[in-house]
Design a protein around this ligand. Structure first.
Ligand SMILES: O=C(O)COP(=O)(O)O
Ligand SMILES: [Mg+2]
Length: 224
């Protein structure tokens, strides 16, 4: 095997899974309950990545009924209950992800570091068959901080006993790059996710158009 990092940390939404259609379904059911107009997929792509409370906050602002900050937690709980009741479809896994994670995880420890709440993250991972590949899972509500804060990445690396300088973060957005840099990691971004800005401008060390290109990008970065 070529030289590889000590560990790899992965973002979830937009990197491993195309979760936006399920998130859209959940958000629109919530909006229906509130007698509000529905969002479309392009809007949801823009609202994913900063955790469920921010998704809900952006949604209500977009349909013209901004939430009082005090009502965000309860509305987020309601959204998560709807989302968790939706069956996760294994076809949401991006091409090449399952095979690549299977082969990487045979050689190095992998962790998931997502802003999606932890309980829903575990449920989706189990439903789509990716759970066995991760030695640690950190969700957006697992710790007092979430990405772009480096805390969740540092927590995952401590769990894996992996040094930041030898660990690579793989994501799809600015939060992943900012958190990765702040945690002392190199960063790879996929180009097919939900970046909210041109992916070339995120400042990643490498971009990959397809998940199957990841092992060679990891080997390149590790070789320096
Ligand atoms: O729940 C979100 O906002 C998206 O989470 P991510 O960190 O897996 O992209
Ligand atoms: Mg993401």
């Amino acid at each position: 095997m070529s030289l590889m990092p000590a560990a790899v940390l992965f973002d979830f939404d937009g990197t491993l899974i195309d979760s936006a259609p399920d998130i859209l379904t959940g958000i629109n059911r919530l909006l229906d309950e509130e007698n509000l107009p529905n969002l479309d997929l392009a809007q949801v792509h823009q609202f994913i990545g900063d955790g469920a409370p921010m998704l809900v906050t952006r949604t209500f602002a977009a349909v013209g009924r901004p939430l009082d900050p005090d009502s965000v937690p309860a509305m987020t709980d309601r959204y998560m209950a709807i989302y968790e009741a939706l069956p996760a479809d294994p076809s949401c896994v991006f091409p090449g992800v399952a095979e690549t994670l299977a082969s990487l995880s045979a050689d190095i420890p992998l962790a998931l570091v997502t802003n999606k709440p932890e309980r829903a993250t575990h449920a989706v991972l189990e439903a789509i068959g990716l759970a066995p590949y991760f030695k640690a899972v950190v969700g957006g509500d697992s710790l007092p901080t979430r990405k772009p804060h480096p805390g969740p990445l540092l927590h995952a690396m401590a769990h894996l006993a992996a040094a930041p300088g030898k660990t690579i973060m793989v994501g799809d957005g600015a939060n992943d790059v900012t958190a990765g840099r702040a945690a002392g990691c190199q960063v790879v971004c996929v180009t097919y996710g939900y970046p909210r800005m041109p992916v070339e401008q995120l400042g990643a060390d490498r971009l990959v158009d397809h998940f199957r290109d990841l092992p060679s990008a990891l080997a390149d970065l590790t070789a320096g």
